[in-house]
Design a protein. Structure first.
Length: 409
């Protein structure tokens, strides 16, 4: 079973790898990073709204849902919004009768697809994180900056940064009468998963003790088929098949992060992201370092020191990866997708940030220099994945050419 899933994911990724084109140095220099003001823990419009307790069913939880919907409506009106509702059941261990308690969860999905595509036609680079804090196991007032408020803020930054390039790319392609092939019909999908997975099973099996929406979302997207398209058009059978790559963000915001490459099927994508990081460091565009970034929110000094790399497995051959057996458990939101054959690249450090799970996991202890660096790395990678070199800002004369020519080489 594992072999068939790996083979399926490898074949799927091969199609997208053919269209992957690195950004020029000129474009990399213009990759937008999140600003210090946006990361202010009190007044920053990206991070501050998430720095509140937001357990499922709480007032803070509802505030976050409203904030996400309003943010996209105000800043990204061309994106579609979808509420994907799920219900999961847990048992109270203190209840002698162990009655089941229903938890109603709401996953929020935002999509930016080429305007000419029909339902089921676009392939979607998908970025995801969970937006709720745990209901149990954390102290009262826990805001979970690294778990996963910072990741939520980064997803908003990526969506906002890519939107203007996507709009220009789609407009130019329509003017040229292009579209209708896998490399051309690429879009972006941002998923905010409700709940927090635990991986614990109930005594009687069946329903789990998870209060997580990822299982319900993956199952729904596998079950719900897309409308049939005309014979002249290709399409994907269901929403799950439309995911070209799933980037899962979690536990970001701490100092000196090290994110290993965890899956052979997506190691090439990991290496592509690592090359973006290396090039940004070489151009002096990243501000954190292994020695100067201390987690107090200050800015470090740009460095090309290999020990500062967030993605250290960039030079590791795929057959030499330390796959850390047992790392991937039911506690991870991407597992339900991976088990259904989706190619997954977790952007999750190999060690929890120092203050994770405590009241000190707040906005004051976020390493803002590291977050700024992550924002540029993620946007740069997404721009490359979506083949955005064709809309390079201030491109030198002669650089632009028809998209059809560039994508058929």
């Amino acid at each position: 079973m594992h072999l068939s899933i790996s083979l399926l994911a490898s074949l799927a990724l091969a199609r997208y790898g053919l269209a992957y084109k690195p950004l020029s140095d000129n474009f990399l220099r213009q990759v937008p990073g999140v600003s210090e003001a946006e990361l202010d823990p009190v007044a920053g419009d990206l991070l501050a709204p998430f720095l509140q307790p937001r357990a499922p069913g709480s007032e803070g939880h509802a505030d976050i849902q409203d904030h996400l919907v309003q943010y996209f409506a105000a800043n990204l009106p061309d994106w579609t919004v979808e509420w994907q509702n799920a219900t999961t059941y847990t048992q109270d261990p203190k209840d002698k009768k162990k009655k089941f308690v229903a938890h109603h969860l709401a996953n929020l999905v935002f999509r930016r697809e080429p305007p000419w595509t029909r339902p089921g036609q676009a392939n979607l680079l998908t970025l995801a994180t969970h937006y709720a804090t745990p209901s149990t196991g954390v102290p009262a007032g826990y805001v979970g900056a690294t778990d996963a408020a910072v990741s939520c803020a980064l997803l908003l930054h990526v969506a906002r940064s890519l939107d203007r390039f996507a709009a220009q790319m789609y407009r130019e392609m329509q003017e040229l009468g292009e579209g209708g092939t896998v490399p051309m019909d690429m879009g972006l999908q941002v998923v905010f998963v409700d709940g927090v997975p635990t991986g614990k099973e109930n005594d009687k099996g069946g329903a789990t003790a998870d209060v997580s929406g990822s299982k319900g979302l993956a199952a729904a997207w596998e079950r719900e088929t897309n409308p049939a398209l005309a014979a002249s058009l290709y399409g994907y059978p269901n929403r799950l098949n439309q995911i070209s790559l799933l980037l899962l963000l979690d536990l970001l915001g701490g100092s000196r992060p090290r994110v290993p490459s965890r899956y052979q099927t997506t190691h090439w994508a990991y290496q592509a992201m690592a090359r973006v990081e290396q090039r940004l460091r070489g151009l002096g565009l990243l501000t954190s370092s292994s020695s100067s970034s201390s987690g107090g929110g200050g800015l470090g000094t740009a460095t090309d020191d290999p020990s500062a790399a967030f993605l250290p497995d960039h030079a590791t051959p795929v057959h030499q990866l330390d796959l850390a057996s047992g790392w991937a458990t039911d506690r991870d939101d991407h597992i339900p997708f991976m088990r259904r054959g989706v190619a997954v690249l977790p952007v999750v450090p190999d060690a929890k940030p120092a203050h994770a799970g405590t009241l000190l996991d707040d906005g004051q202890h976020v390493d803002r220099a590291v977050v700024q660096d992550w924002s540029r790395i993620l946007v740069g990678f997404a721009l490359e994945w979506l083949d955005m070199m064709e809309v390079e800002p201030q491109a030198p004369a002669g650089r632009r050419r028809r998209r059809r020519a560039s994508r058929s080489e």
